[in-house]
Design a protein around this ligand. Structure first.
Ligand SMILES: [Zn+2]
Length: 85
């Protein structure tokens, strides 16, 4: 079972977490339609490291950002949302 290291709870099983979206797909809800379509639906899907927004849905419910390799699923960095360096 794959474990994810929640910064608040420690190692927890993958099914406790929910993927939300790549960080670059975060946009303002009041953005114009063309910007929303481009940001949400017309993104590249590169192979390799991807910065992503996740939530510890069935744990502490915290929002997290992590770096996951889209080819291997290896997680190289995980932080509380807003804890970006
Ligand atoms: Zn947690």
């Amino acid at each position: 079972m794959m474990l994810i290291l929640c910064p608040y709870c420690g190692p927890r099983a993958l099914p406790e977490f929910s993927f939300d979206r790549p960080v670059e797909a975060i946009t303002r809800s009041d953005a114009d339609t063309a910007t929303l379509v481009k940001t949400l639906f017309e993104r590249d899907n590169p192979r390799g490291p991807s910065r992503e927004l996740w939530r510890h849905t069935y744990g502490c419910r915290s929002w997290l950002t992590l770096t996951r390799d889209t080819a291997t699923h290896e997680i190289s960095d995980i932080r509380p949302l807003g804890g970006e360096a």
